[in-house]
Write a new protein. Structure first.
Lengths: 131, 131
DNA sequence: CAGCATCCATGTAGATACTG
DNA sequence: CAGTATCTACATGGATGCTG
């Protein structure tokens, strides 16, 4: 029985600076991918609807993130080639497998952010009050 | 008293730009927190060992991330106040609850990065080859 | 509607040197 | 050993205007 499992040792893990899993982690942990992927898990969504449902994202970052997700095989882009343009984004099977863990992360944030805010308050109080 | 606010839609979710859960998500999804938290889940770790085990992190980013995690109630800092200094970091219960989802994310990256690399290859091929 | 190009402000992160 | 301080390079990301 290993107390330090394969998580922390050797090649092929996220703790190795040169392992590509680092880059993968950076992609899937990026600010907007964290929101886009779980949203696409429900059903295919168009560019414009993504803009509306993800508050605060810019067209630039949306396209940029979608492209990167597409490039990594997590998202498929379907251009209906109509006028006016109609482009749908949907998850690949690989994207769905990722989404199932990302939704858990999103829900963790939604459920626990009050605790984080409370902790921040206490911490900042102690900071200003210590002598 | 409601300890768990509405989680479903509208306010209180990560898709609302003004919701603090966005900031929470940014913290827990940050490059280094993604690595530090699961590592601390195993057992308390000292600063120096974190530096060694997390390849590529700088002292600055390590301290900075640990501080932010501490401020948000995810990590506890134990200063033994000895000479030479001996400081241990460990997860709080809240931190452990987060860690259980982060380890899944880390493992996803480790398991699927070959698929991402393959997709990148195909995508880049198609890019340069399309007409 | 979808998206690209450009400019520009800010944030992030590394290197280095110094301190309790 | 465990930080802090400072400076700087670079990436991130927003605003705007234009195109198919």
């Amino acid at each position: 029985m290993k107390t330090t499992p394969e998580l922390s040792a050797g090649q092929g893990d996220v703790y190795s600076a040169n392992c590509p899993s680092r880059a993968a982690l950076a992609l899937i942990g990026s600010k907007w991918a964290l929101l886009i992927v779980p949203l696409l898990a429900e059903q295919p969504v168009r560019n414009n609807e993504l803009m509306r449902r993800i508050e605060g994202i810019s067209q630039k970052m949306l396209t940029q993130t979608l492209r990167e997700l597409e490039r990594n095989g997590l998202v498929e882009r379907h251009d209906h080639r109509t006028v006016p343009p109609h482009v749908e984004y949907r998850l690949t099977p690989l994207g769905h497998s990722l989404s199932s863990t990302l939704v858990v992360l999103d829900r963790w944030a939604e459920q626990h952010y009050p605790a984080l805010l409370a902790a921040q308050h206490d911490f900042d109080q102690a900071e200003s009050g210590d002598s």
